[in-house]
Design a protein around this ligand. Structure first.
Ligand code: PEP
Ligand code: MG
Length: 747
């Protein structure tokens, strides 16, 4: 590029800035801009098309075409060359527009006279706002420099639109963020919430797109990039060598931060008169529009990384941290691409709901959201670019649906649903202190699952009889390094204190599979759910297990203690783990520390193999708890994390119920207390069936205690057992239909 041309584009931007500096209506400004571009670039036509709605572009200003067509000529996304530029997010540069594929003649504009056409998308961070077009009579392709100049103007236009500069007569840009949008995601935590958007990472606002002194801007850029590189290197040196994913992301950061091409493009834009931040944002915008078109998941992830890196650079350049001065609404619904468990815990119960673009059912953030009972929808499209801070939003965690800026009818229907839920909640509260006694006079023990201190207030609130499953791994997962024994023992003591006289069953560390500790060397296993996890890790590397057992004994400080080992597949695993417990007790005795007044050591039955273990095993354990989530996935060979297969097999399948009945029978024969603590225990119909086939102890999320107690109190288990037996004998695959018919009639 010649020096003259750089000076020219800088002059163009300088004049553009002058236009923007004068207070004028949106239409006047648009007209001034199209006039200016035509004049400066010595071309006959310059037009601006903006989105009227998500699918319609409107000619909003022109220099050179028929002015009467302004606000009349409209086209759909993908229609004509302008619509094509908008849809593809690509430049179209042709010397023979009428013969170019996609051309559509619009007689009202008088554009038939122009051969060459250059269309550039107006987009901000991948979000489509419109198209900037220049046309000339002479049949020629526009030069690279001309294309660049138009791109830079388009970028400035996009920036101004975001700032609301054009909002006013005719211009349609403001419509974009005002319309209702529906997102269909997946359920990660049930429940409904109504509130206002709170962006976890608010967008950086670039307030000065122009700069007069490119040398100074280049200096600013270089300083910021240096700071960025130092930051990335620091993150790399602190990253756990074990966390492959984190390292991969950081290495990509480093690669981009040192990428010459990336820097050169930003520097060239600064040379043309953009401020350093506007140049970074322009580059980010291009990458974002590419992101939507890349099918390869790995590449898309890398583009996401580049996007994150650009955000970091923008924050350094603008001095805007996570805080933009916006105030958190009183009913915040958190919107993020993804979020870590510790960050989520920082927000705590202040959140009414959470919506993530990514996320996973088994992710740590999901586990925390569940513990806090905050409705969570994951895989919600591109919600972070659609939502603005303060937008009204409805989260339907039951259906996995999110309504952003809902219209009145949706809002009313949602309110009805919430009111019904509130009514049901009142009903549950009224039976909170009543026993879970069925119509046929059998009383069940309903316990809650927990994993965080934050769960404990639910013990009183839900009316649970105790904590049937305390998942200790959460404390390990939310930290960046291995917790110390003293810390753990203090925490377990607080859990026992908070439970007062209600029993708590602590499950020892269940890591591996989907739960990978950030500070432990990961194992590259082809099938981690069936791999080196839970008790297998505990027995092979007993250091952590010993530390945890000791912490538990110290926490009990002479009070009763119950623990269980996860994922026991055969008798000797339990025997060895129990021996570790005995050794730990002995050590404490020798040290003169108090030992628990009563100690119960149980196992989780999560693999079919354990059900068939020898009688001696049933004698040996103090109790068993069926981990239905894992047991079901291994019974049906259907991955609990895989959306495709996870709902394929019904818990009320006759084979599965028969299998559970056999476990119940074996426990009854050996007098081994048995409970069920998988997710199914918290689903009312499933819970009623489990009770009907003989389970008397269920452990579930706190929010499920009310609904489960309510159905049990209205059900005759003997009758229901009859329904199940008859359906099973009929050869049906699942008893669900018969059970539902019966319950509908009775309840
Ligand atoms: C289970 O597998 O049912 C269970 C309760 O354990 P988790 O869900 O933590 O694997
Ligand atoms: Mg399990």
């Amino acid at each position: 590029m010649t020096r003259d041309r750089i000076t020219d584009s800088r002059k163009l931007l300088g004049r553009l800035r002058d236009i923007m500096a004068v207070d004028a209506g949106g239409q006047t400004r648009l007209d001034q801009i199209t006039g200016l571009i035509a004049e400066e670039m010595l071309i006959e036509v310059c037009s601006i098309y903006l989105f009227r709605d998500a699918d319609t572009l409107e000619l909003c200003s022109t220099e050179g075409l028929n002015k009467e067509a302004v606000h009349h000529t409209r086209m759909r996304m993908g229609e004509g060359l302008v619509g094509l530029v908008a849809r593809k997010g690509h430049v179209i540069n042709t010397d023979d527009a009428p013969s170019t594929k996609g051309f559509r003649y619009m007689p009202e504009t008088g554009e038939e006279a122009y051969s060459s056409f250059l269309g550039v998308p107006i987009q901000r961070l991948g979000e489509k706002l419109g198209v900037l077009v220049v046309q000339s009579r002479e049949a020629r392709k526009y030069s690279e420099d001309e294309v660049y100049a138009v791109e830079v103007v388009a970028m400035v236009l996009a920036e101004m639109a975001e700032l609301g500069a054009f909002i006013g007569e005719g211009a349609a840009m403001s419509a974009r963020h005002q319309q209702p949008v529906l997102f269909r995601g997946s359920t990660a935590q049930e429940g409904t919430a109504r509130g206002h958007v709170w962006l976890h990472e608010p967008r950086v606002v670039v307030t000065n797109p122009f700069a007069e002194d490119p040398t100074r801007e280049l200096e600013r850029l270089n300083e910021a990039v240096d700071e960025l590189r130092v930051g990335v290197d620091r993150m790399l040196s602190h990253a756990r060598s074990g966390d492959k994913e984190q390292l991969e992301v950081l290495e990509t950061y480093r690669m981009f931060a040192n990428s010459k091409g990336w820097m050169r493009r930003i520097e060239a834009d600064i040379g043309r008169g953009l401020s350093a931040e506007a140049a970074v944002e322009k580059e980010q915008s291009t990458a974002r529009s590419r992101m939507g078109q890349v099918a390869d998941a790995y590449l898309r992830d890398r583009l996401h990384d580049l996007d994150d890196l650009s955000n970091r650079l923008l924050r350094i350049l603008t001095g805007q941290g996570g805080q933009t001065g916006a105030e958190m609404p009183p009913d915040p619904i958190l919107i993020a691409r993804n979020i870590g468990p510790a960050e989520l815990l920082d927000y705590g119960r202040s959140l009414k709901g959470i919506v993530l673009e990514e996320g996973a059912v088994g992710s740590h953030a999901t586990i925390v959201a569940r513990a806090l009972a905050i409705p969570l929808v994951i895989h919600a499209g591109n919600i972070t670019t659609e939502a603005l801070n303060g937008d009204p939003i409805l989260v339907d965690g039951d259906q996995g649906i999110v309504h952003l800026r809902p219209d009145d009818t949706v809002f009313a229907a949602f309110k009805d649903k919430m009111a019904m839920q509130a009514k049901a909640q009142e009903r549950y509260t009224s039976i909170r202190d009543k026993p879970a006694t069925t119509l046929c006079g059998k009383t069940l023990s309903l316990n809650m699952n927990a994993g965080l201190m934050a769960d404990l207030p639910s013990l009183a609130g839900s009316g649970a009889d105790g904590v049937g499953l305390f998942r200790t791994e959460l404390q390990f997962l939310i930290r960046s390094q291995m917790p110390r024994r003293g810390e753990l023992s203090e925490l377990y003591a607080r859990v026992i204190d908070a439970a007062a006289d209600k029993p708590v069953i602590f499950r020892t560390l269940d890591i591996g599979s989907d739960k990978v500790l950030p500070y432990m060397k990961p194992t590259d296993e082809p099938n981690p759910a069936m791999g080196w996890r839970a008790i297998r890790v505990g027995l092979d590397k007993p250091g952590v297990m010993r530390m945890q057992l000791q912490a538990l004994i110290r926490a009990a400080a002479g009070r009763p203690l119950s623990i269980m080992f996860p994922f026991v597949a055969q008798r000797d695993e339990f025997t060895m783990a129990r021996a570790e417990m005995d050794k730990a007790l002995e050590r404490e005795r020798v040290l003169g520390n108090p030992t628990p007044s009563t100690l119960k050591v149980g196992a989780m039955l999560e693999t079919p193999s354990l059900a068939f273990s020898p009688e001696q095993f049933y004698q040996e354990v103090d109790f068993l708890s069926i981990g239905g989530n894992d047991l079901k996935q291994f019974f049906f060979a259907a991955d609990r994390e895989n959306e495709r297969v996870r709902r394929r097999y019904d818990t009320l399948n006759v084979s599965f119920l028969t299998f559970i009945e056999q476990i119940i029978a074996r426990c009854a024969a050996s007098n081994t207390p048995l409970s069920f603590c998988g997710e199914d225990a918290g689903r009312p119909v499933e819970a009623a069936c489990l009770a009907a086939i003989g389970l008397r102890n269920l452990s579930m999320r706190p929010a499920s205690i009310g609904p489960v107690k309510s159905i049990l109190r209205r059900t005759d288990l003997d009758e229901l057992a009859g329904v199940i037996a008859r359906a099973s004998a009929s050869g049906t695959q699942s008893v669900r239909a018969d059970v539902m018919d019966y319950l509908r009639e009775k309840l």
